[in-house]
Structure formats: structure tokens, C-alpha cells
Design a protein around this ligand. Sequence first.
Ligand SMILES: [Zn+2]
Length: 166
Amino acid sequence: MDAIDELVANNRSFAGALAEQHLDVRPTRRLAIVTCMDSRLNVFAALGLRDGEAHVLRNAGGVITDDVIRSLAVSQRRLGTREVMLVHHTDCGMQSLTDDGFRAELQEATGVAPSFAIESFTDVDADVRQSILRVRRSEFVPHRDVVRGFVYDVDTHRLREVSADT
Ligand SMILES: [Zn+2]
């Protein structure tokens, strides 16, 4: 059995143990979280979140790409969220590659240079600050008063806030 088959079986037990419910499509905490795809970061458990409470947008590095701005625009303009929480983390896979190196690797393997930015980084705090600025400067996202950034330590499970202004 491959991994996906196991998860499909897991879902049968999961759904079987729960009563049917319908939650509002609008997150009750009026919050959107942008974070990395890292498999060690269980966003719901680490932040004490429950179903229906927040949007969670994930990609490699928790980068504020055009597509993340698209999702935040929908989240705020149609689904009522007001705060944005950015969660980057220690030991990120994006720290183990470089933009130029990975771009060259993709081009060499496929013959095509990618149209997207790689967005690797070395300094996680600087990367969080950059992400806060990108959200704050996007007029597509109307509510930018509360945009806060954090680093999650994948070993200690602790969250540390990064000031946007240093
Ligand atoms: Zn990561």
C-alpha cells in the first residue's frame, strides 16, 4: 500500500468517529496564517487552532508570492479575515539551496529556465522581515495593521516573534 492509500484509509476512521457538522466558510478568528510546507510544523497543534478558525496558506519557505497575495486578498476581501500571521521556522529546506544554484539545476534538468523566483534564504529573521514588508506593501490586501512574523523552532516547538523594524 502506498502512502496515499494509507491516508485514504485513515480518513475512513477519522470521518467515522466524528459527528457531521457544518462550520461557516469564514474563519472565526478572522486570521490568515502563511507558513512553510515543512512536515514537522503541525500548525493546528502548535498554535492551538481548531477547524474553522483560520486560513492556513503554505508553500516552500512560507514565501509571500503573488499566489499568496491572491489568497490573502480573497481571505480578507471575501471571507472576513483581518490579521496576518507569518510563521517561518528553523532548519528550513530553503536554507539548503541558493536561487542561482537551484535555477541552474532546473534548467539543466529540463532545458527550461523557471519563470518563478526560487526565494531561498540564509537568515531566517531577515526572511521574516522581508515577508512582513511584502504583505504590508500590497494594496490587494486591505487590512495590514496587524501583520506579525514568527520563527518556529522545530526542535523545541517554541515560537519566537521577529520585530519588523530591526
Ligand atoms: Zn521550511
